[in-house]
Design a protein around this ligand. Sequence first.
Ligand SMILES: Nc1ncnc2c1ncn2[C@@H]1O[C@@H]2COP(=O)(O)O[C@H]2[C@H]1O
Ligand SMILES: [Zn+2]
Length: 376
Amino acid sequence: MEVCYQLPVLPLDRPVPKHVLGRRGAICLTSSPILFGGPAPRQLSKRRGAISYDSSDQTALYIRMLGMSASHPRTDAVRSEAEQPVRSVLSFQKNLHSSHYSRNHTHATHHTLDQEYIGQAKCLLRKVGSWSFDIFLFDRLSNGKSLVDLTLHLFIDYGLIKLFRLDLLKLRQFLVMVHEAYRRQNPYHNALHAADVTQAMYCYMQEPQLSESLTSCDILLGLLAAATHDLDHPGVNQTFLIKTNHYLASLYQNASVLENHHWKCAVSLLRESGLLSHFPSEDRQNLEERLGSLILATDISRQNEYLSQFRAHLDRADLHLNNSQNRHFILQMALKCADICNPCRPWHISKLWSHKVTDEFFSQGGGESWFCGPPG
Ligand SMILES: Nc1ncnc2c1ncn2[C@@H]1O[C@@H]2COP(=O)(O)O[C@H]2[C@H]1O
Ligand SMILES: [Zn+2]
């Protein structure tokens, strides 16, 4: 207990609901600043569970993490919490469940501190079909797992689980695996971008003409492709991989190197999760092929090919949505649009994406070290 009063402290800007105060987990709630410098408080030193709080408090001013060393550096994430109060409780959930996304962990959200935030996330999902949907806010409210929660919600909303007799547990585990296979250190090509693309894809698929003609299979594919289209993205582009003789470039002979990799990752996660293991093998194979064709269409270096094809179709007026090949082509175009739609979002959202993508460009160029010259 001797380290309690040295632990990191975060301000909490809002009343803590009774049901949270009544829970014993891994944090300490108090409004008494005397804790931070004075002697170790009685409540803390006597606590049995991992939550301690002053039971008379309805408006805690501070939350401190227990079990972190006093010299633990404040991470950027924690620092930004102070700037964005809504995150303060969410960050604890992250720490409470450091292995939050472990594959065995299926019911974590039911036992976490921030039920209230889960409620807000659910509330926000009512606007999931809106172009101004704030994926950054949703990500905070869903504790950084927007891709999992949003995609799961859309699967349920479309009734895909019943239609394809999907196992809900396997589906969730698959989505968690997808989430984990995105590299969180990438400023742009990470799970949040995949969630954003999935939400945009949903908006396009909700367009009246499309929603009337898409089959359940098209919708399943559209969502799967959007969620997995950048899996395991290394944060650098194809040219970089080719010029640095990366093994992926030679594996895919310098053609759609990243997109092939994303597709193969998606297929391996699908197989590993067993999500579609009850499908006849022919259907499964067909679905994997179509998934590849959608993901490969996001190769920006082949943009002109797709645009000329699209223009030719429009000139001939021969795109018919009752034709499955035509529908597939439209899905390709939709995914391509979804992938680069961030500049068309409301400005406050679009600006954040621009910063993220330029951060990633900057890192590819060597980041700050580039300016410092060669080491030594
Ligand atoms: N807001 C943006 N500003 C500039 N470039 C972007 C922006 N968003 C996406 N891109 C680029 O568009 C590319 C689309 O394909 P990639 O995902 O390979 O990489 C993406 C980025 O390089
Ligand atoms: Zn992308």
